[in-house]
Design a protein around this ligand. Structure first.
Ligand code: SF4
Length: 548
């Protein structure tokens, strides 16, 4: 291999070739500096880095054939610094990303690597790493391996990171190790939005959506799934045994079986052996499953759960992401990743998180009927949150064609219910129903009522009233007074979920376990909010707010 530093012919050739490149603001080339990079492969020869004092860099490759012909190939590999500046316009979202990270006190937020350790090589500073991740989540490049590639070839990323090109393990470790700090950055941006006046109205819509985990459906087990799989295996075993019998019958007694029969029998026996292994595997999984608290096991990501989705009969192995979205500008004010399949117990937590983020004394919340739970609505009321949500129709009487509870009117003044026959049901006693105090209302008039067949199958109709029912009624009254609330809810909260899922692509989360998935979601939410603010106010007010 020829060394251009010691070969005048090659140096002349190289100089001539390199001058052929049209670099903006080019000046007469001073002497090159050669630096050996090393072999690239068995046929590629060697690459040499050739740099100019103004940092324009080229790579020169030599292979055996070119070396013989005193020829080389020269191509730029890293653009000059001035070109990097030109690669990022002064008014683009990347400027907002860079300014935002530069304005953060990363040490106070809990990022590691701000202060180098006393020994060893200093770690990458969290600033370029955080910028790299925000860039990735803004541009649908969430994987650490793809971010590694972008850091080496993408001018915008080079500008953001100052040409640092960490390897994928370093990039992945940053996200893994700084989860709580990344979530704080997301919260800080919400605070910035509030200071910019983008969250002036204390009104949010709360909803949850299922986001796919990395765990496949085949690697998630419930008791029902195991039983179904065991049944399938039993059927397969019976089928293979029958095929074995058929193969045996094809051989006449006393004769050697043909080669085809032998091959068929070998194949069937292999399949039966595999099924036997599968039975043992399922038995071990069932044992672990029965010992787990929620009788469900996910083998790849232990925290995710099989959840029903809005599609009839469909489900996915997923996380349930809760979000509170501002009804004016559709910014995500608060979010939470859970592995609980239903929304029923999330309302108070999310409403209080949104109220804290908005720093408001009062808050209006609109949610769908999936959030209806008396205790949650009561907790919201006590926290100064006015909830608007419809009551689900779960009345068995109504579905059986009889009068439902909504057909009975509560008269607060007299503490009685008026029934469809005009009779008054008075309070008779109080019962404990699953920890809730229920007041029971009834009337003796039922026995002679002509509408009894449409009302009850018992001697008399009984109406239950929770001791805090007035809180639930107030939520329904708010909805009756504002029938547009449900449309506003849908338009508000479906917007960010749609955008987030579109950015995530076919696979939603890339990481495993709840804390890491929560970090990923915080980055997605930060990127969504950043884009949204840019779209609403533009870059200049954003930069001014960051500077302030
Ligand atoms: S059955 Fe009783 S509660 Fe029902 S309509 Fe008749 S009187 Fe009213």
């Amino acid at each position: 291999m020829r060394d251009p530093t010691n070969d005048r012919t090659l140096r002349a050739q190289l100089n001539r070739r390199a001058r052929g490149f049209d670099f903006p603001g080019d000046r007469p080339l001073p002497a090159f500096v050669f630096e050996k990079l090393g072999p690239l492969g068995p046929t590629a020869g060697f690459y040499w880095l050739v740099s100019r004092p103004d940092a324009a860099l080229f790579a020169v490759s030599f292979d055996q054939e070119r070396a013989r012909r005193h020829s080389c190939r020269v191509r730029p590999v890293v653009a000059p610094r001035f070109a990097l500046r030109r690669a990022v316009p002064a008014q683009c979202i990347l400027q907002g990303c860079a300014w935002l990270v530069d304005a953060l006190e990363l040490r106070d937020l809990g990022f590691g690597g701000v202060d180098p350790a006393a020994t060893g090589r200093p770690a990458y500073h969290p600033s370029p790493m955080l910028k790299l991740y925000i860039y990735g989540y803004l541009n649908r490049v969430q994987s650490s391996r793809r971010l590694e590639r972008e850091a080496g070839r993408n001018l915008e990323v080079m500008w953001l990171t100052g040409r640092l090109a960490p390897d994928h393990k370093t990039i992945a470790d940053f996200r893994k190790d700084n989860g709580s700090a990344i979530k704080k950055v997301c919260a800080r941006f919400v605070e910035l939005c509030r200071k910019m006046g983008l969250l002036a109205k204390a009104s949010v819509a709360i909803d949850g959506s299922k986001f796919k985990a990395v765990n496949s459906r085949d690697n998630n087990f419930t008791q029902g799934k195991i039983q179904r799989r065991q049944k399938q295996i039993e059927e397969s075993v019976a089928r293979y045994m029958s095929q074995l019998d058929t193969a045996d019958r094809q051989t006449v007694a006393g004769e050697e079986p043909s080669e085809t029969v032998l091959l068929t029998k070998t194949r069937l026996k292999e399949k039966l052996a595999k099924l036997e292994e599968e039975v043992k595997r399922l038995a071990a999984i069932e044992k672990a499953l029965l010992a787990s608290p929620d009788k469900q096991i996910s083998l790849t990501d232990p925290d995710c759960r099989s959840m029903a989705t809005s599609g009839r009969g469909s489900g996915m192995v997923a996380y349930n992401v809760q979000s509170a979205v501002d009804t004016t500008n559709h910014l995500i004010v608060a979010h939470e990743v859970t592995n609980v399949g239903t929304d029923r117990s999330q309302l108070a937590t999310m409403a209080q998180a949104a109220k804290a983020a908005l720093r408001s004394d009062n808050l209006d919340v609109v949610a769908d009927r999936g959030y209806f739970k008396g205790e949650e609505i009561l907790a919201c009321e006590q926290a100064g949150v006015a909830v608007t949500l419809p009551k689900p129709q779960t009345s068995g009487a109504k579905s059986a064609g009889r009068f439902g509870k909504p057909d009975f009117v509560y008269l607060a003044k007299d503490d009685v219910y008026r029934c469809p026959a005009g009779e008054k049901l008075a309070h008779h006693f109080t019962a404990d129903d699953d920890g809730q105090k229920m007041r029971i209302y009834l009337t003796k008039a039922c026995r002679t009522c002509p509408l009894k067949g449409q009302c009850t199958t018992a001697n008399e109709r009984r109406i239950k009233r929770w001791e805090h029912e007035h809180v639930v009624e107030a939520a329904q009254t708010r909805l009756d007074q504002n029938p547009q609330a449900m449309r506003v809810r849908r338009e508000t909260v479906e917007h960010p979920f749609g955008t987030l899922k579109m950015r995530m692509g076919a696979t939603h989360f890339l990481m495993k376990t709840l804390p890491k998935v929560a970090t990923e979601m915080a980055l997605h939410v930060l990127a969504y909010n950043l884009t949204r603010v840019m779209n609403i106010v533009g870059i200049k007010p954003l930069l001014a707010a960051i500077r302030a």
